[in-house]
Design a protein around this ligand. Structure first.
Ligand code: SF4
Length: 178
């Protein structure tokens, strides 16, 4: 029998997808295109690649590259070689993509007040789900075990040894570990 927890989770998830689909329709794009734009607006500098997108959205390489081509053709994203490793191509929202996402944002999610208790419950659920299913990170940097706070606004990634800004730690990372 389906547990109460799963019933509520399913409802929450279906409601969120409904909101996102409606928002995408308004803009004349598909849900997956909106998901890509959203991902690129919240992912950090280690996670803005086509492969990370495939892992995050659970889609095949073929389907993600088709979607990327389409939103690149309309000017919503740009590809640039990684500054540290030219073999890696990184994806960025263009000014047009950012504007499009901004227009959509109001229709995306209800304005729920931020509440630490709620966030903590959701994080616990996600953490357990990911561990049980051996899934990759994709969590907010500030909750990662490798995140080291060096000063009031100074942080460091213990995995890469690189400095992180206050903005960086709000983003999601594919290497995140609870
Ligand atoms: S601290 Fe964790 S989440 Fe943050 S950049 Fe490093 S690996 Fe990623």
């Amino acid at each position: 029998m389906t547990s109460d927890l799963n019933i509520w989770l399913e409802r929450l998830s279906s409601l969120q997808r409904k909101h996102m689909r409606n928002a995408a329709n308004i803009e004349g794009i598909q849900l997956v295109h909106l998901e890509i734009l959203r991902f690129l607006s919240i992912s950090n500098k280690y996670s803005n690649t086509a492969q990370a997108l495939c892992d995050y959205l659970g889609q095949t390489k073929g389907s993600i590259s088709q979607s990327l081509k389409l939103i690149e053709d309309v000017g919503y994203i740009v590809r640039k070689p990684c500054e540290k490793d030219g073999r890696v191509i990184r994806l960025y929202l263009s000014a047009e993509g950012t504007k499009c996402l901004k227009r959509l944002e109001e229709a995306l999610l209800p304005e729920l007040p931020e509440n630490e208790k709620r966030v903590s419950v959701l994080k616990d659920l996600l953490s357990e789900w990911q561990v049980r299913n051996d899934l990759k990170g994709f969590g907010q940097c500030k909750s990662c075990r490798f995140n080291e706070q060096l000063g009031q606004s100074k942080f460091k990634c213990g995995l890469t040894g690189e400095a992180l800004s206050k903005t960086d730690i709000e983003k999601i990372c594919q290497e995140h570990v609870f």
